[in-house]
Design a protein around this ligand. Structure first.
Ligand code: SAH
Length: 227
């Protein structure tokens, strides 16, 4: 089909390839998740000097020693939250705001907490400019969740924790899902937990490696230095 003279957005093809070769092939099958991954312009969340790698099969630096997660990881974590569209979701670890933007297309509201002020401010500006009006970024320690807007239908932690912070159970609705990487500093397992009769029932999904969840219920800076 001929187009009407508008430039064809090359990133559409890059996202399609990313979904086929990196995400669907590794087992993410939710059509809603794949559509959200196809819709969000990942290159807008990546620093200019890495834009040519925005759709590559890897995490990329975003400043402050942090990273935007690998596309597959974003898709797999999103699928594990089992969102239907009506949920209020809490994300801990806003980073670039990319994961929050993907979630915003699959839920009614996304509250996301980032402890680096510079990243939090940049992410809020980015998601607002791109039109993701149902994303709200807060600056602070999210290792204790975010009580002000609790309870949530789903909580996603995008940084590695030494264990599941029990406090998250009190901020989830019954049947709510929590997805969080748990392990030591170098390797974690992605855990999916569900609140059943007030108790978190968890199962391991697969191995992963995330930057550290710092803060009160995460790793302390001293833990980090002693490695
Ligand atoms: N979801 C992000 C990637 C996250 S990287 C994206 O889509 O780009 C993990 C993020 O967690 C980092 O930005 C890091 O600064 C943040 N983080 C680490 N500990 C935190 C804490 N206690 N509270 C809030 N954010 C934290």
């Amino acid at each position: 089909m001929r187009n009407s003279g508008l430039p064809i957005d090359a990133t559409v093809a890059e996202r399609r390839a990313m979904i086929d070769t990196q995400i669907r092939k590794r087992g993410v099958s939710s059509v809603r998740v794949l559509e959200a991954m196809a819709a969000v312009p990942r290159h807008e969340f990546v620093p200019l000097k890495f834009r040519n790698e925005a759709y590559a099969d890897k995490p990329l630096p975003i400043g402050e020693g942090q990273t935007i997660s690998q596309p597959y990881m974003v898709a797999a974590m999103t699928e594990a939250l089992e969102l239907t569209g009506s949920e209020r979701v809490l994300e801990i670890g806003t980073g670039s705001g990319y994961q929050a933007a993907v979630l915003s297309l699959l839920a009614s509201q996304v509250i996301t907490v980032e402890n680096h002020t510079s990243l939090a401010l940049a992410a809020q500006e980015r998601v607002t400019n791109l039109g993701y009006a149902n994303v709200h970024v807060h600056n602070g320690d999210g290792s204790a969740g975010f009580l002000d807007a609790a309870p949530y239908d789903a909580i996603l932690v995008t940084a590695g924790a030494p264990e599941i912070p029990r406090i998250f159970a009190s901020q989830l609705r019954e049947s709510g899902r929590l997805v969080i990487p748990v392990g030591d500093r170098d390797n974690q397992e992605l855990m999916q937990a569900r609140l059943e009769n007030g108790e978190l029932k968890s199962r391991a999904l697969f191995n992963c490696k995330f930057v550290l969840l710092l803060g009160r219920y995460g790793w302390s800076r001293a833990d980090r230095k002693s490695s």
